[in-house]
Structure formats: C-alpha cells, structure tokens
Ligand binder design. Sequence first.
Ligand SMILES: *[C@@H]1O[C@H](CO)[C@@H](O)[C@H](O)[C@H]1NC(C)=O
Ligand SMILES: *[C@@H]1O[C@H](CO)[C@@H](O)[C@H](O)[C@H]1NC(C)=O
Ligand SMILES: *[C@@H]1O[C@H](CO)[C@@H](O)[C@H](O)[C@H]1NC(C)=O
Ligand SMILES: *[C@@H]1O[C@H](CO)[C@@H](O)[C@H](O)[C@H]1NC(C)=O
Ligand SMILES: CC(=O)N[C@H]1CO[C@H](CO)[C@@H](O)[C@@H]1O
Length: 347
Amino acid sequence: MRAVLVFLLSALIPLSHCQTHDPFAWLYGPHSHRFGSLLGNTNGGQCPDECDCPPTFPVAMYCDGRGLTAMPTIPSRVKYLYLQNNAITAVPDSALVNATNLVWLMMHGNQLTSGSIGEKAFMQMEGLERLYLQYNNLTAFPSNLPRTLRDLRIDHNKIEKVTTADLEGMDNLTILYLHDNSLTDLGSSLKSLKSLTLLDISDNKLTKVPEALPEHLHQLYMQSNSIDSLPDGFLGSFSQLQYIRIAHNQLTDKGIPANAFNVTGLVELDLSYNKLERIPPVSTTLQHLYLQANQIKEFTLGSFCSTVDVTNFSKLQTLRLDGNEISREDIPTDSALCLRMANNIEV
Ligand SMILES: *[C@@H]1O[C@H](CO)[C@@H](O)[C@H](O)[C@H]1NC(C)=O
Ligand SMILES: *[C@@H]1O[C@H](CO)[C@@H](O)[C@H](O)[C@H]1NC(C)=O
Ligand SMILES: *[C@@H]1O[C@H](CO)[C@@H](O)[C@H](O)[C@H]1NC(C)=O
Ligand SMILES: *[C@@H]1O[C@H](CO)[C@@H](O)[C@H](O)[C@H]1NC(C)=O
Ligand SMILES: CC(=O)N[C@H]1CO[C@H](CO)[C@@H](O)[C@@H]1O
C-alpha cells in the first residue's frame, strides 16, 4: 500500500507542474534530475557524464546549472537540450554537428560572446523551434540561425543591431524577445516576420518606432526607449494588436498623430511616464489606459466618448491618471455616463 502511494505521489508531481502557464515546465523543472539520479542513464542511450538523460524521456538531455564552461557532446537522438545557467563561453562550429534533431536549445544564462559563436554553429539544426540565448554577452545578432525558429529569446545581451538578413525567411517565428539590449535602430529588419505575434523591444536605445512592423502582432512592447513620436497611421495596419506598451519614453502631444489610438481591437494601452499634456483620443473599445506620470493638465471627456447615450459609451475599466497635473475635481460629473464601466480611476 505504501509503495503504491509513493508511486502515485511521484506520478502526481510532474502533473501538477503541467498546470503552470507553460505546459512543458515539468520538462525543465528541478525534479527532472530526479529521474537521472534515481534510475541512472541506462536506458536513455549514450549520455555525457556531466548531464542527465532521463530513461523515461530519452530525447531530452539536462545539463543546466552545473558550472559547465564548454559544450558537452550531444548524442544525435536529443531533441530537447538544457544548457542554461552554466558558464559556457563558446559554441564552436563543430559543437552542434550531431545535434541535427534539436527542437529546443536552452542556452540562457551563460557567458557567450558574439566572437565565440561559430558562423555556422547553429546551421546544422534543421528543425529547431526554440532558441533561448538571453542573459549572455552577445554584442551582435547570431548569424545563420535556423529559419524554422518559432520562439527566439535573445534579451538581456548587448546587441546593437539587427539586419534584414538576420531574420529574413523566419516565416514561423511567433515570439521574439529583444528587450534589454543596446539597439538604436531596427530599420525594416522585422518586416518579413509574417507570423510574429509578440515583439518585445523594450529597454533599448530606440529613438523611433521600427519601420514595417509585422502586421499580425498581438503584443507590442516598446517601453523604456527614447521614442518621441509615432509614425502616421501607426496602428492602422495592425488588425490584431491588443496590447501596446510605450511607457517610459519621450512622447509629446506633437509626436502623436491625430486618432493614432482610436483603433478598435486594442485592449490595453500603456503611455505612462511620457510627456503628454493631453489625453489622446482612444477607441470606445479600449479597456485599460495607463497615463500616469505625464503632464496632463485637463480631463477631456471627448477623448473617450464623442457622443454619449444608452448605446454609445466607453468600455474603459482601468484609467490611471495619477502623477499628472489634474485632480479629482477636474473630472466632470457627466463622465460617469461615458465611463460607466470604469471601476478603477486613479487621479
Ligand atoms: C559526433 O558523433 C560522432 C560519432 O558518433 C562522434 O565521434 C563525435 O564525437 C560527435 N561530435 C560531437 C561534437 O558531439
Ligand atoms: C559577461 O558579462 C559579465 C557581466 O557584464 C562579465 O562579468 C563577464 O566577465 C562577461 N563574460 C565574458 C566571457 O565576456
Ligand atoms: C513553418 O511551419 C510549416 C508547418 O509546420 C512548415 O511546413 C514550414 O516548413 C515551416 N517554415 C519554415 C521556414 O520552417
Ligand atoms: C474614433 O473614430 C471614430 C470613427 O472611426 C469616430 O466616430 C470617433 O469620434 C473617434 N473617437 C474619438 C474619441 O475621437
Ligand atoms: C449619436 C451617435 O454617435 N450614435 C451612434 C451610437 O452608436 C451606434 C452604433 O455604435 C452608431 O450607429 C450611432 O451613430
């Protein structure tokens, strides 16, 4: 009876991890090593001493957090490779020659520099979908990345530039994390990413919005840059954009084209910590508007509702106006009809 219970409990642990937001979290959770140390590497096939290859899941190889300074040998059966949180300094061209079947390659939190990654190092992987290179010391975008990528995370490096050639043909890329780098200009490098839905370019040194942003974006994060204006028709070309964050920039009223944010579909707009003096007109379908820490001097109800009646009102739920130059008395009483859904107005 007790043996059965222990078995059941151990079977439940990975299951409970499945309920976190990443359905595969259990694959790289700490307990994954348990399989290796309890059961040995006997059935998983060849496995380097410094790594664990769970016999129950032989296509995964866990080498994370072990102080490695160099790439281990990689058996060709491996699809999911965990090398994160080590001190690996280089990926020579030869390091991944046998790793043609890799689908996920996790290399975040290492000591990689751009010069230490071979020109052809990543080229051999014909089906790579996830590549995590965040928290390294890269100064340039890696060359010859597989075009099969769906999720590329390269944030928290020191990358200064991304060219059109770097991303051309990545037709299936849906997530691109480039935040916390040293990007000054992205040119039109992002334009060919026809499947991209999430782009994070926050915490860089951008002075303008990248040209030709992919048109299927759902989430666009550009906070903490030095953007002072938005291009004409900025949001007109996105039919699916729901979340925009441009907080902590240098936006002024002059830099925002008329009706820039009056587009349906937008759910959340974060313009906090800029230099706006007026509330820009927004669509009645917007639900969350963050304008705190600007220089707004008046409450313009017309920015939310051009007419107010039983059927025409704003869907706004959250409105942050604190840290501006207005107080609660500046909000006219007839606002209640227009902003009838707003349960959270902060002034
Ligand atoms: C690639 O596989 C061959 C044959 O199994 C092996 O001799 C070689 O060491 C492997 N190279 C790497 C870098 O894993
Ligand atoms: C990577 O950057 C960290 C922090 O900036 C530094 O301590 C480390 O020496 C760098 N490593 C290499 C290989 O350049
Ligand atoms: C994108 O995914 C489709 C369907 O899975 C696949 O057929 C196609 O080859 C992929 N494109 C690239 C560039 O990998
Ligand atoms: C938003 O645009 C619509 C037309 O697309 C217009 O009727 C409405 O008045 C505009 N809203 C504001 C607040 O300017
Ligand atoms: C006066 C006014 O603008 N009324 C509008 C209320 O909303 C309906 C549907 O959204 C419009 O058709 C009306 O023109």
